[in-house]
Design a protein around this ligand. Sequence first.
Ligand code: BES
Ligand code: ZN
Ligand code: ZN
Length: 462
Amino acid sequence: MLAFASPTPDATPVWLVSAENWPTVKSTIGAAAAAFADRCGFQPKAGRMQLLPGEAGALAGVLFGIDEANAPTRDPFGPGKLATSLPEGVYRFANTPQDADLAALGFLLALYRYDRFKVSTAAPTPQLVAPDEVDAIRIQRIAESIAYGRDLVNAPANVLGPNALEQEAVRLAEHFDASVTMVRGDELIGANFPLIHAVGRAGTEEPRLVDFSWGREDAPKVSIVGKGVTFDTGGLDIKPASGMELMKKDMGGAATALTLARMIMEAGLDLRLRTLIPIVENAISAPAMRPGDVIVSRKGISVEVGNTDAEGRMILADALALADDDAPELMFDFATLTGAARVALGPDLPPFYTDDDALAGLIAGHSARVRDPLWRMPLWHPYDAMIEGSVADISNSGSGAGMAGSITAALFLRRFVEKAKAWAHFDVYAWNPKPRAHGPMGGEIQAARGLFELLSERYPRR
Ligand code: BES
Ligand code: ZN
Ligand code: ZN
């Protein structure tokens, strides 16, 4: 559980110090403590920490360096580093941080560990009393939802295959009394999900589509779709070892959608939520789809398999076509869709795509406000020519020889969206390549916090 400590008068004070407030903090902590900090070479720079001795071996307080208020490098999650540097104990912020909610959230998120398979027991961690000015319950819920999503991404593919991912989705849905339906294996053919079937039929665990709906039936419709590839070998166009290494995280889009769904349901937002998770393993065996195969999708558009490694857009296409039938007010999809998105923007800044300028503005604004960074990239229509098929309507790999790969993937998805009032696609990475102030290396949930802000404002609990 990522939770705050209950308030106690014994909590050790932590002063957040920048060059600006250092003189003031010095006079507050007293001449002896200030001299001790100087003697230890403490400087009020981001990430520096100084313990202050009390009487008889006690800890009197802690100094922690942060950037000045308007420094461009300022990381509002910076105080999260305290969670991995402080000795065991209960702490409180002695002065209010600039973004108290992000500082507090950063601390909780930094406590996260994926230790399910560690035989040795984890060391006790420091705990933080929530600052007075924050909504502690809301922050705890957000932290727990992110931890839930990170756990899904971090789970190895032998532990979280299609059966287990389905179970996780169903468990979440049932916890919130959502109504769930599933289509599995060869039923996908009869129910008209040919692309999900084609991608997943080579796996030992059947491909499937989990579909759950929650909320007041006449509330505004919001539909979310997440790519659930529990492992991506690349299929017959197999990935090299270096490209396959992290592919347990190829269900990161599904984890993002489930995390956002959990936030929405827990907060009781006034919307009708539909969550669609197409789940497959992109495996290699005799029934595997082949390069050059043509499959007619649910929507009737024929898809040529230019590359069996461009499987994500195929399973999303059938799921998006289904979601689109309801003409939802908002439709989002999340997917670890392309390596090209990382080439363009790196691991920490996922691109999003939408034709709706008003929605783009809202997404950018909310995600920036809660520091869940996203960057709009264009659905550049002239590149539609790049996804034309040679014998089918469209090709899953395109003819751009790797150029504009994230854009052409988004343009592919766009073909399956017609009736939704507004749609945005998020090409997420779902991974921290190195530890950060607010979380260890490993699975990460991107975009969900920003979109939860947007939805909380637009569809508040009644
Ligand atoms: N899951 C991968 C994309 C990916 C790779 C995401 C690495 C994050 C990190 C996806 O299924 C894929 O393999 N895409 C190909 C598409 C290409 C064959 C058109 C890619 O991006 O190279
Ligand atoms: Zn792939
Ligand atoms: Zn993939």
